[in-house]
Design a protein around this ligand. Structure first.
Ligand SMILES: Nc1ncnc2c1ncn2[C@@H]1O[C@H](COP(=O)(O)OP(=O)(O)OP(=O)(O)O)[C@@H](O)[C@H]1O
Ligand SMILES: Nc1ncnc2c1ncn2[C@@H]1O[C@H](COP(=O)(O)OP(=O)(O)OP(=O)(O)O)[C@@H](O)[C@H]1O
Ligand SMILES: [Mg+2]
Ligand SMILES: [Mg+2]
Lengths: 467, 467
C-alpha cells in the first residue's frame, strides 16, 4: 500500500485519453471539432441566440495544425474560464435539461490533447455581458494535470463589440480528413440536426465553406424535465432527500418529480401509511422502496412533451432530401417515454430510399445508419450502439427489403433526452436500455411500413408497365 | 453560470453507472464478480500467495441477492479500507506493472451499485499482517457519493488466523444466469487464464462448485516495465520531469525509461546538443520533442521479456483442450512490442478446431472469440474491441476456412500489458491502437497457418480414404 494513490480526473484521462475519444489521428481531430461545436451550440441556444461559428484550421506541417474556433454565444465570465477549460467534471449541464453536453469533460479534453501533443497553452478570448456592458478578456491557460486545475499564464482585457468565445489550440498527431470519419463530414452531418445554425469553415487548403442557415427560427429552449415517477428509483428519492433544502418529504416529491400533484401525494400517503410530512432526511430506504413500488402501479400522465426538443419530422425529411435526393422519404417523432431512473426521452427516425441513399463502399452501395443524440451526429462506435442494435433487430424482409446490408437506404435516428446513457465518456454510442431499444424498433417499424407501401406500389407499377 | 458545478468521480459514475459496466441485470452481477475476483487475484499474486476465493451467492428474492466474497490475499490495512471501497480513482495499480486492475474504480463501483439498489452498507472484514501479527477488523461502510469518501458506520476488532479480505454486499435489480453473459460462465473462463487459482462457488440453488487448481505453480510476479524510448512522447518526458525528485534530466532518463543506458544518454546529448545534465524542470518542450524524435531513429533493445507475464502456450492449449475437446489446437506467444507512449504489450493467441470448438447459437455452430486482457476474460462489448477487429480483418479463406462465421472454431487472444488501453471505464474492450491490431493479426495468422496445414492433411486423408 505504499503504492496507493488517488488520481484526479485529469490524471486519469491523461493516462486514458482514448476514453475521451482521442484514439487515432483522424478521429482525434474530429472529436475536437465535435466538443467545441456542441459547446457553442448549447451556449448560444441557452441565451436565445441563433448560433454562428467560425472555424479556421491551418496546417503547419504533417499532422500539425492550429485550430481557431469562435462563436457568437453569451461568452464565459472571466472567473469561470479556467474551470471551463482546465477542470474535468466541471460544467453547467448536469441538470435535468436537454443539452448536447452532459459530462463537464469536452473542452477540457481538447485543452488536454493540445497540451499533450504540443506542450502549448490554450489561448481563450471571452466576451460576455457584465452589468449591461460587454467585457472581454484574453487569457493564456495551461492545465495542471496533477490537480485538475487551470493556470493562467497571461491575461489582458481587450475590446469586443459582441459576446462570444474564441479558442485557439495547437495540435500534433492529428489529421484532417475528408473521409467519413473526418471533421468536414462531421460538420456536414451536424447541419442536418441543427438547421438553424451557421458554420463558416476555412479548411487547411484555405478553402472557405459556408454552411448556411436553413431556418431562421431558434428552436424552443428545452425546459427542465423532472424525473418521472415511472422509473425513478428508491436511491433517487433518498439521494434527493439527502441533498434537498425542502423541509418536508411531500414538498420534495411535488417539486422534484414530474406529474406529482398534491392529490397524488395524499393518495400515496393514504395507501402506504407513510407520513410524507416528515423531514426528507428521516425517510427510510424501505419506505422509499414502498413508495417507488406504488408509483409503478399508479397511473401518471406521460412526461410533458414540451421539455424535450426533437429535430422534428419536417426538418428530418428536409435534411434527408437535401443530401440524399431519395425517391422515397418518411419520418416520425414519437411521444416521450422514460427509461430506468424515470429519465424522459424521445426517439425520432427517418428513412430515405433510392437516389443517393445509403453509402458507397467501393463499388457497392450499402445501407447507412445516421445516428444522432440530442441533435449531435454520432460518428464512431457504431457497433456497440443501442440505435444500431435496435435497427438490426428489425426483420426488414417483412417491409420489402430482402438484403438490408446492400439496400440503397439511409436510416436516421435521433434520441433526445435530459441524460443520454452513453456507453463511455467518448459519448459516441448509447447503452442498450430495454426501453430505448424498444422505442428505436417501434419508431423505425412505423415508417418502415410506409416504405413497404411505397415499394409495393413501385413494384405494381413496374409490373403494370411490363404488360 | 449559476448552474455551474464540479462533480466528484463518484457523483459522475452514479449518474453514469453504465460506464462502470452496470448495464442490464445479468451483466451487472457478472461485472461485480469480475471486479471482486480480479482484485483478489491481483492481491494474492502480489503477495506471492496461490489465490483461493470463496464466493457465496444467496438469492433472497427475485433479482435480489446477497454476495459474500472472501479471499486468502494479504488483506487491506485498516487505514486504507474506506479508500479502497468508497473512493473512486483510488488504488495501488497506477504504476508500470502488469495487473488486472488499473483504474481504482472496480470495488468502489460494486459498493456503489449495492448502495444504489438496496440502500444497504457494505460489510468488510480485513485480516492483515501488522508488526508480524495478524490483525483483523470488521467494518460496515457507506459511500458518501457527493464527496467520494467512505463513512464508517461500525468497526470492531475480530479474531483471524490468516490474512485475507471478505466482503458482503446486497444487490437488487441484478440477475444470476447460467447464460454466456452470466457469472458462472465468467468464473469458468477466468480459470482458463488463471490455472493456479482455486474458486469455491456456492450458487443460489445451494450447489457448490469447486474450480480446482490446475497448477500449483504461482506465476512469476510481473516486474515494473518502464516506458520504452520507442513510443514515449515528449509529453511523457515533460510530465515525468515535472514530478520527479531526480536532480538531473539524464538520471531521469536512465531511471524512468527502459533500455536507457548512460552510453545512450551521452549519444543523445552529443547528437542533439542538449545539455542533459540540467535540472528536469528546465527541460523545454521543443527539446523534449527533439529527444523523442531521435529516440525514434536510434536502435534500442526490445522491451524486456521478463516484466510481462503471459498465460503461456502450454496453459492456453491445456485450457482449450480441457473445455473444447478439439481435433486440432495450436497457440503462440509473441515477443513484447510497444504501442503509443512506449507502453509494452504481448499478444498471445490460440486456435481450437473441431470437437466442441465454437459455440451453439440455436441449431447452428458458430465461430467463437475468447478475448482476454491480462488473464482476465472480456465478456462484453465484443463488437468494438481491437481483438475482434484484428481477427475479422484476417482473410480466413486463405487458411482453409471458407465460412468463418459458421466454422467450428474457437480463437483465444490474450493481451498482456502494464496499461491496457480500454475503450471505456467498463474495461471490456480494447482500443484499436495500430500496433495492437497489427500484433493480433500477425500472432493469429501464424497459428492459422498451422490450422491450414492440418485441414489440408485432413482433406488429403479423406480423399485418400475415398479411393
Ligand atoms: N463556447 C462556450 N460558451 C459558453 N459557455 C461554454 C462554452 N464552452 C463551454 N462552456 C461552459 O463550460 C462548461 C464545460 O464545458 P465542457 O465541454 O467541458 O462540458 P459540458 O459541455 O458540460 O459536457 P460534455 O463533457 O458532455 O461536453 C459547459 O457546461 C458550459 O457551461
Ligand atoms: N481483495 C483485496 N485484497 C487486497 N487489496 C485489495 C483488494 N481489493 C482491492 N484492493 C486494493 O484496493 C485498490 C482499489 O481496488 P479497485 O478495484 O477499486 O481498483 P483497481 O483494482 O486498482 O483498478 P480497477 O478499477 O481497474 O479494478 C486496489 O488497487 C488494491 O490496492
Ligand atoms: Mg461540452
Ligand atoms: Mg480492481
Amino acid at each position: 500500500f505504499e503504492e496507493f494513490q488517488e488520481l484526479t480526473a485529469s490524471e486519469f484521462f491523461r493516462k486514458n485519453k482514448q476514453m475521451l475519444g482521442f484514439s487515432g489521428k483522424i478521429r482525434s481531430l474530429t472529436i475536437v471539432f465535435h466538443e467545441l461545436i456542441t459547446n457553442s451550440f448549447d451556449a448560444a441556444e441557452e441565451a436565445g441566440i441563433l448560433p454562428e461559428i467560425k472555424i479556421d484550421l491551418q496546417r503547419l506541417d504533417k499532422d500539425h495544425y492550429v485550430l481557431k474556433h469562435s462563436d457568437n454565444g453569451p461568452g464565459i465570465p472571466e472567473d469561470y474560464v479556467t474551470k471551463v477549460f482546465c477542470t474535468m467534471f466541471a460544467g453547467s449541464k448536469f441538470r435535468n435539461i436537454q443539452s448536447r453536453g452532459q459530462q463537464g469533460l469536452g473542452c477540457s479534453g481538447c485543452v488536454l490533447l493540445s497540451q499533450m501533443t504540443t506542450g502549448k497553452p490554450a489561448k481563450v478570448t471571452s466576451a460576455y455581458k457584465e452589468n449591461g456592458k460587454i467585457k472581454a478578456v484574453e487569457m493564456v491557460l495551461k492545465m495542471d494535470v496533477k490537480t485538475n486545475q487551470g493556470l493562467v499564464l497571461e491575461k489582458r482585457e481587450v475590446e469586443a463589440d459582441k459576446t462570444g468565445v474564441q479558442i485557439e489550440l495547437h495540435f500534433k498527431d492529428v489529421s484532417y480528413s475528408l473521409s467519413e470519419q473526418g471533421a468536414y463530414e462531421y460538420i456536414r452531418r451536424t447541419m442536418i440536426g441543427n438547421p438553424h445554425s451557421k458554420i463558416i469553415f476555412r479548411d487547411p487548403t484555405g478553402h472557405k465553406y459556408i454552411f448556411k442557415r436553413a431556418s431562421d427560427v431558434i428552436p424552443p429552449l428545452p425546459k427542465e424535465v423532472l424525473p418521472h415517477p415511472k422509473g425513478v428509483t428508491a436511491d433517487d428519492l433518498i439521494f434527493m432527500a439527502k441533498h434537498t433544502d425542502k423541509r418536508r418529504f411531500r414538498s420534495l416529491l411535488t417539486s422534484s418529480l414530474s406529474r406529482m400533484s398534491t392529490k397524488r401525494v395524499n393518495e400515496i400517503q393514504e395507501i402506504t401509511g407513510i407520513d410524507l410530512n416528515k423531514r426528507p432526511k428521516d425517510m427510510q430506504w424501505d419506505e422509499a422502496e414502498r413508495i417507488v413500488e406504488l408509483f409503478a402501479k399508479m397511473d401518471f400522465m406521460a412526461p410533458p412533451t414540451s421539455g424535450l426538443i426533437p429535430i422534428g419530422k419536417e426538418q428530418i425529411e428536409k435534411g434527408m432530401i437535401e443530401i440524399l435526393n431519395p425517391e422515397f422519404v418518411a419520418s416520425t417523432t414519437r411521444k416521450p417515454v422514460t427509461y430506468r431512473g424515470g429519465v424522459a426521452f424521445i426517439i425520432e427516425a427517418g428513412i430515405a430510399y433510392g437516389g443517393d441513399s445509403g453509402r458507397m463502399v467501393g463499388e457497392q452501395r450499402k445501407a447507412e445508419i445516421m445516428r444522432f443524440a440530442n441533435r449531435v451526429p454520432l460518428t464512431f462506435d457504431q457497433g456497440s450502439c443501442a440505435i444500431t442494435e435496435g435497427l438490426k433487430s428489425i426483420d426488414w424482409k417483412r417491409y420489402g427489403i430482402r438484403d438490408m446490408d446492400n439496400a440503397p437506404i439511409t436510416i436516421f435516428v435521433n434520441i433526445v433526452s435530459t441524460q443520454v446513457p452513453y456507453l463511455s465518456t467518448g459519448k459516441q454510442s448509447v447503452a442498450p436500455e430495454p426501453e430505448i431499444l424498444h422505442e428505436v424498433r417501434q419508431t423505425t417499424m412505423k415508417i418502415a411500413r410506409q416504405l413497404q407501401k411505397y415499394l409495393r406500389a413501385k413494384k405494381a407499377a413496374k409490373e403494370e408497365a411490363l404488360r
